[in-house]
Design a protein around this ligand. Structure first.
Ligand code: ADP
Length: 240
């Protein structure tokens, strides 16, 4: 693997007496697409929330590009975030939704118009600028959320089950689109899913979670051809 771009060093997170991320080390290279895969409750989302800045580690350090980020608020981390339930602003148009992160950052009006257009073209929604979220399909709404995460040109994009609410056909199309955007923009993507097929087809590497620890991390080939523990073998042997 290349040099670590995102680095977790002995990171733990407890809620009260319960440890949900347990002394975890993880290195992600620049431009990598890494999926977090594992049973419900194994700590995948909590890991992502700590990277995004919505949760603080109980102990340990998180760095991006060799700089500590675990003390920074989310807006200073320059990461795009996409959740399963799009979380669009219902009263705003598509263009206003996508413009929002730029307004927050004090970008000039002319720059905003240009960047919003570019982001919406990237997700093939250029013609939908003036619509309200309610006038869009689920897949289109998720594309708006993706455009909003990309519009301030982050180097890192975090996605938590972003396709979980979509039907199979739409899901497969979005998987291809996200892979394509990943490659074109050279993004580093950390992707949480419980869908093995999705992790398998999209990722450069997959981390298998179990009780707050990573049981195994490797390319899809490594994980599927040589599961290193009984847990990994059993987990990937299950059908979705
Ligand atoms: P996963 O994404 O793998 O399903 P999560 O990271 O969402 O797992 O959750 C791990 C565990 O932490 C779960 O048992 C969950 O109930 C618990 N948890 C997550 N967030 C909180 C919170 N804010 N307060 C208390 N417990 C939490």
């Amino acid at each position: 693997m290349t040099d670590a771009f995102i680095q977790f060093d002995k990171v733990s997170k407890s809620f009260g007496p319960i440890t949900v991320v347990d002394d975890l080390d993880l290195s992600i290279g620049k431009g990598e697409f890494v999926s977090m895969l594992g049973p419900s409750g194994s700590g995948k989302t909590t890991l992502l929330m700590m990277l995004a800045g919505f949760e603080k580690p109980t102990s340990g350090e998180i760095s991006v590009d060799a700089k500590r980020v675990d003390g920074l608020p989310p807006y200073k981390r320059n990461m795009g975030v996409v959740f399963q339930n799009y979380a669009l602003f219902p009263h705003m148009t598509v263009a206003e939704n996508v413009a929002f992160p730029l307004k927050m950052r004090g970008v000039s009006r002319s720059q905003i118009v240009e960047r919003v257009k570019k982001a919406l073209d990237m997700v093939q929604l250029g013609a939908f600028q003036g619509r309200k979220p309610i006038q869009l399909s689920g897949g289109q709404q998720q594309r708006v959320a993706l455009a909003r995460a990309l519009v301030f040109e982050p180097e890192v994009v975090l996605m938590d089950e972003p396709l979980g609410a979509l039907d199979k056909k739409l899901r497969e199309q979005m998987q291809l689109d996200i892979r394509d955007i990943h490659r074109r923009l050279g993004l580093t993507i950390v992707f949480v899913t419980h869908d093995q097929t999705e992790a398998l087809t999209m990722s450069d590497r997959i981390a298998i979670f179990n009780h707050g620890k990573i049981e195994q991390i490797g390319t899809p080939g490594q994980i599927y051809d040589s599961p290193r523990t009984q847990f990994v073998a059993e987990f990937i042997g299950e059908t979705n």
